[in-house]
Write a protein that binds this ligand. Structure first.
Ligand code: NI
Ligand code: MN
Length: 229
């Protein structure tokens, strides 16, 4: 599977002829240098939560490609009420086997809301992390989250790859992300949710150094870079 980091928390998965994107915040994303035309035709859009730096271009892409949006039930209901696109709602702890892979929502400690076009805030259930499994491969995308001790359960998935936020302020910072990685035991860990905006400025090499010190496998990707698993 080819996995491309698109900056902030956006990740593109290319698995055979299937294309799946997670948290497609692209148009307003200072780290993403391309345009939506650079994104291949999508089968699915997976969302960790409703905040716009994750929801991003979800509707435009779903509309363009007829892609299925997989997310928390409250976000799915909100989307269905406002837009003519297809959704599949899940809740925390629940997984579903799609033709493009299995998606399971796992806990995250964060909030989740969407601002409508009038600027009103709609709180839309819990924020989630995502476990994506296809064939023998398993990927964890933490979304936005604090460190919490139940992350220790994620090592049951034998993760090939994990995406962990390191930006601090809205999510875990460097030290907590190192602890999370130690618990999760993924083969490779990619830091995300940093250096997009001044308030989440971090040096990922400091994180990587701490990771190596505890025997973990940091994998820093610039936006546009990919890793094969
Ligand atoms: Ni958020
Ligand atoms: Mn965020």
């Amino acid at each position: 599977m080819k996995v491309t980091y698109l900056g902030h928390s956006a990740v593109l998965l290319e698995d055979g002829d299937k294309h799946i994107i997670i948290d497609p915040f692209l148009s307003g994303n200072p780290l993403f240098k391309g345009t939506l035309d650079d994104i291949p035709k999508l089968d699915a859009i997976l969302l960790t939560h409703g905040h716009n730096d994750h929801f991003g271009d979800t509707i435009e892409l779903a509309d363009r490609d007829g892609a299925l949006i997989v997310c928390m039930v409250e976000i799915a209901d909100f989307i269905e009420q406002h837009f003519e696109v297809d959704t599949h709602g899940l809740n925390i702890g629940g997984g579903y086997q799609f033709d493009f892979g299995k998606v399971t929502l796992v806990p995250a400690i964060h909030s989740s809301s969407i601002n409508d076009k009038n600027g009103n805030i709609h709180y839309l259930g819990l924020a989630a992390g995502i476990v994506f499994e296809s064939g023998t491969k398993a990927i964890y995308h933490a979304g936005d989250t604090a460190l919490f001790s139940d992350m220790q359960l994620l090592n049951r998935y034998d993760l090939d790859l994990a995406f962990l936020p390191i930006g601090d302020n809205y999510t875990m910072g460097i030290d907590d992300a190192v602890q999370a990685a130690e618990w999760i035991e993924a083969q490779k860990v990619v830091p995300v949710h940093y250096n997009t905006f001044p308030i989440i400025q971090q040096d990922p090499h400091i994180w990587a150094r701490h990771m190596v010190e505890i025997g973990q496998h940091p994998h820093i990707l610039d936006a546009g870079e990919m890793v094969l698993i």
